[in-house]
Write a protein that binds this ligand. Sequence first.
Ligand code: FAD
Ligand code: SF4
Length: 506
Amino acid sequence: MADPSGFLRHARDDAPKRPADERAGDWREVYRDLPAADRDTRVREQATRCMDCGVPFCHSGSAGCPLGNLIPEWNDLVRRGDWAVASERLHATNNFPEFTGRLCPAPCEAACVLAISPGSGGAVAIKRVENAIADVSWERGHVQPVTAGVSTGRAVAVVGSGPAGLAAAQQLTRAGHEVTVFERDDRLGGLLRYGIPEFKLEKKVLDRRLAQLRAEGTRFVTGCEVGGTGPGALSVERLRAEFDAVVLAVGALRGRDTADVPGRELRGVHLAMDHLVPANRQCEGDGPSPVDARGKHVVVIGGGDTGADCYGTATRQGAASVTQLDQYPRPPRERDDERSPWPVWPWVLRTYPAHEEAGERKFAVAVERFVGDAEGNLTSVQLRAVRVRKDPATGLREVVPVDEDVQVLPADMVLLAIGFEGVERMPLLDGLGVPLTKRGTLSCGHDWQTSAPGVFVCGDAHRGASLVVWAVAEGRSVAHAVDAFLTGASDLPAPVRPNALPLAVG
Ligand SMILES: Cc1cc2nc3c(=O)[nH]c(=O)nc-3n(C[C@H](O)[C@H](O)[C@H](O)COP(=O)(O)OP(=O)(O)OC[C@H]3O[C@@H](n4cnc5c(N)ncnc54)[C@H](O)[C@@H]3O)c2cc1C
Ligand code: SF4
C-alpha cells in the first residue's frame, strides 16, 4: 500500500536540467545525467509522494493517461525499490516509456489528486518516475526481446514508422503475425527521428528500442513509399496481394502555411519542418543544414511544441536573436478553475526548456507582412497586437487587430510553426480508395477499419496532429483490432476507442 503521508515529507522535485548556457551549446538532452544511486534515491522520494488517494484520476483515459498507465502501482513499486516489477508493470501498458517519459506533456500530472490544492506541494512528478523506470530497465537488462511462441502465418503491413506504427507493429509481432513496417524515409522513427530534436530525444534512445523490435521479428523496409512509383516503392497492388491486413500510420505531416500574408515568397521564410528535418539530419551525420540560423535574427510563428523545437534548434545553431510569436494572450501561471477546472488539462503558461536558454516570447501578436529587400531577401516582419475571437455570424475563429500600431522586428529567418492540416495527399490513399475527411484525417469505424476492407488507421493520420502518448495508445488499440480481424478474437489490450477524446482542454 502507498505511503499516505509521503507528500507531506517530500517536496515535488522535477528532473534537474543542465545549466542553460551549457545545453544551448550542444545537442545532448537537456536533463542532467545523475549518478545512478543518486537518481534512484531522488526518484524513490518522488514516488513516495503518491498517496493512497482511492480514485486515481491520473490513469483514467478521459482526464489522465491515454495509455491507462498503472501509475499508483508502479509509484509504489519504485517507493519500495522494486524496479524490476515496476518495469514489468510499466511495459504492460506502454511499449515505449522512454519516449513518453521524455516527451509527454503529462496529462496524468494535471489529473493527479495532489494537483487539486497548490498547498499540497503539487502533483506527483509522474513523468520523472516513468522516465527513471524506463532508463533503469535498460541499464539493468529488464528490457529484452519478447518473442511470440507461435506464428499465425498471417502477414501485416504497417505503413509508417512513427510511434503509432511502431507500437502497432510490436504488438502484432508479439501476437505471432508476420509484420513488415514500410517507411519512405531513409531512417526509422517518423517524427521521433526527423521532427523532434536531439536535445529532447537522443536518437540512440530510439535506436536501441528499434533493435528490440528487430530482435522480436518485426521486419523493416526503409526508403519505400507505399503506393508511390519512385525507386524502392511498393505498389498498392503488391501491398494488397502480399498482406492480409494493412495499418496506415502515415502521420499528419501536411504543414499549415500563411500564403495570404504579403511577403510569404521572400527568401528566408520557411515551414518549421524545413528547418527541423535537416537539423536532425545534421545530428545524424548527414552534413550541414541548408536552413541554418547562425548569425540570423529568427522569428518563430506559433506557440506550440513545434515552435519551441524551432526555437531551441535556432538557439543551438547560433542565432543572433530568437523571438517566438503567439496570437493568443499570455496564459496564467496557475490553473484558472473557471476556465479549466481540475482534472482537465489546464490552460496555463507552458515554458519549455528552450525558453530558458535564450530569446523572448511575444503574446497576442500576429504578423501582417513579411518585408524584404530589393533582392527578395527577408529583412523584417511587421506585427500588430491582436485578439482572437469567434465570428458572431459564422462561429469561426478570427484574429482581429486591437489598434493601428505596427511593430517592426528585424528578421532574416521566419519559421512557420502554425500547425498541420492533416494527412499529406498521396497516391497510396487514392490507390486504396480511402478518402480524407474535412479535417484532413482518415476516418474509421469502431474497429479502426477504414472504408477499405482490411485497411486500418491509427495515430496522427487518424486523430490529426497530436501527441506521442496518443500515437502509442492508438497503435496498441489498432493492433487489437487487426489481431481480432485476422484470428476472430484478440487478447491484446485496447486502451482507447477511435472516438476517445481527452476532457475539454481550455
Ligand atoms: C516538431 C514536433 C515536435 C513534437 N514534439 C512532441 C513532444 O514533445 N511530445 C509529444 O507527445 N508529441 C510531440 N509531437 C507530436 C508527435 O511527434 C506526433 O503526434 C507523433 O509522432 C505521431 O506519430 P505517428 O506514428 O502517428 O506519425 P509520424 O510520427 O508522423 O510518422 C508517420 C510516418 O509515416 C511515414 N509515411 C507517410 N506516408 C508513407 C508512405 N506512403 N509510405 C511509407 N511511409 C510513409 C512518414 O515518413 C513518417 O515517418 C511533435 C510533433 C512535431 C512535428
Ligand atoms: S505516458 Fe504521459 S500521461 Fe501517461 S503516465 Fe506517462 S507522462 Fe503521464
